[in-house]
Ligand binder design. Sequence first.
Ligand code: DUC
Ligand code: ZN
Ligand code: ZN
Length: 476
Amino acid sequence: MSGAIDLAIRGGTLVTAADRFRADIGVRDGRIVEISERIDGATEEIDATGLFVLPGGIDAHVHLAQPTSDGTVMADDFETGTRSAAAGGNTTVLPFAMQVKGTSLRDCVTAYHEKAAGNCYTDVSFHLIISDPTPQVLGQELPALVRDGYTSFKVFMTYDDLMLNDAQLLEVFDVARREQALVMVHAEGHDAIRHMARRLEEQGRTAPYYHAEAHAEIAEREATHRAISHAQLTDVPVVIVHVSGRDPMEQIQWARRRGMQVYAETCPQYIALTRDDLKGLNMDFEGAKYVCSPPPRDADGQAAIWEGLRDGTFDLFSSDHCPFYFEAPAETGKDNHRARTSFRWVPNGIPGVETRLPILFSEGVSKGRISMERFVALTSTNPARLYGLYPQKGALAIGADADITLWDAGLTRPITQAGLNHGSDYTPYEGMEITGWPVRTLLRGRTTALDGRTVEGPRPGRYQSRGLSEAVTRAG
Ligand code: DUC
Ligand code: ZN
Ligand code: ZN
C-alpha cells in the first residue's frame, strides 16, 4: 500500500474540527488516501515533526479584481490575491462575481472567469452578487447559474449602486428558496447611514473617523433584524456576513432561539481593530487605512465577538479582504481628492486574506480563547459545509483533496507590510505580534507556499463548481 503513495506528511499532529491526534498522511494523485500511525516508502516526504497539520484555510469572503463605480482600483487581481491567500495558509478562496447594474449576471460571471483562469495559487469558487434583480435575472439567469454550481449569492441593504429595497430582497429570497441557493446579506440600513452622514458633514465632521459614526451599530442591528424577518417570512436560510459587534449578534441569537436558520460570519477587523484606529494620528487621513463596512467597533464589541466565536454564534471567520491602495497614481486609491473632502468618498475595505488565519490563531488559539479544533471549524470546515465544498474541502479525511496547512504554533514574529504578498501598499495590522504562523501550504498535495512566500512555477489553482449548501439541504 505505502509504495503507491506520492507524498507522506510525517510526524505531525493532525487537527480537525472535531479532534486532534498524531498521524502520518499519505497522498496520491492530490488526494488523501491514508491516515495512519506510520507511512513509509512514499516518493516524497515532508517532515512535520513539531508542527500542527490542519485542513487548508478556506476564505469564504474575499473581493478580487472587482469593478468599482468611482474609478478606484482594487489592489489585488487573482494572481496577487491568491498568492497572498496561499502564503497566509489558504487553499481555497471564494470571491464575488458582481453583477454590474444594467448588465447580464451571466456575462459578469463569464468576465470574472476570464480574470481568474490560469492565475490562481489557490482553488477558487465564486459567490454571485445580485444588484439588479430583473425578471430575466430572477427567472432565468440565476436559476441556471445555481444549477451550474454557483450556489450562493450576496445581496446588499446599502450602497447606492448595489442596494436592494425590501420588496426586492423578499423577491430574491423567494428565488433562493425555490432554487436552493444560500443567501448572504450585507446588513446595514441605508437610510440611517445616509442620515448620519449628512448630519456629520453639516457639522464639518468629514475626517475618515466619522465613517465609523455614520455606519452606526444601530443601523447594522436594525438591518440585521430586517434581513432575518424577511428570511423568516420567505422561509429561507441566510448568512449575515461581516457581523461587527454585540447588537447585530443579539439579533442573530434571538432568531436562533426561535429555531430560525440564521448563520453568521465575523472577520479579523472586529477582533483586532477598534473605531479608534480610524482616528489615525490626530484625526488625520491615515484613518482611511482602516475604513471598512461595517466599521470596527469598541472594546465591548470585541469582547462580544469573542463570546460569539466561542459559543457558536459565529459559524464563519472570513477576511472580507477588500484591498485598496492607500497611495496610488491617478487617484485610484483610498487617498484621492474627493475622499479628502469627506469620509463618504473613502473606498470601503481593507486587505486581510493573508493575515486572517495568523490573527485568529494568535489572538484565539495562542491566547487560549478558542481551541484549535474550533479554529479549524471557523476557518475551514464550516465554510466548506455552508458553501457546498465539503467533504472534498475542509477535511482531513480519506478521499478529501490534500489541501493542508502546516502550522508552527510557537513561531512569533510581527505582521509587516514587507513580509506580506498582497497588492496593497499597507496592512492595517502593521506591527501586530503574532504567535503561530502557517509555514507550509499544500494544494492537492503540491506545496504552494513555504515560510510566507509562494513557490514559483505554474499556478495550480482550479475553479471549483459547488454543491448545495448544508444549510439548504438541512432546511429541506
Ligand atoms: N462589504 C463587503 O462585504 N466588503 C467590502 C465592503 C463592503 O461594504
Ligand atoms: Zn458587505
Ligand atoms: Zn466583503
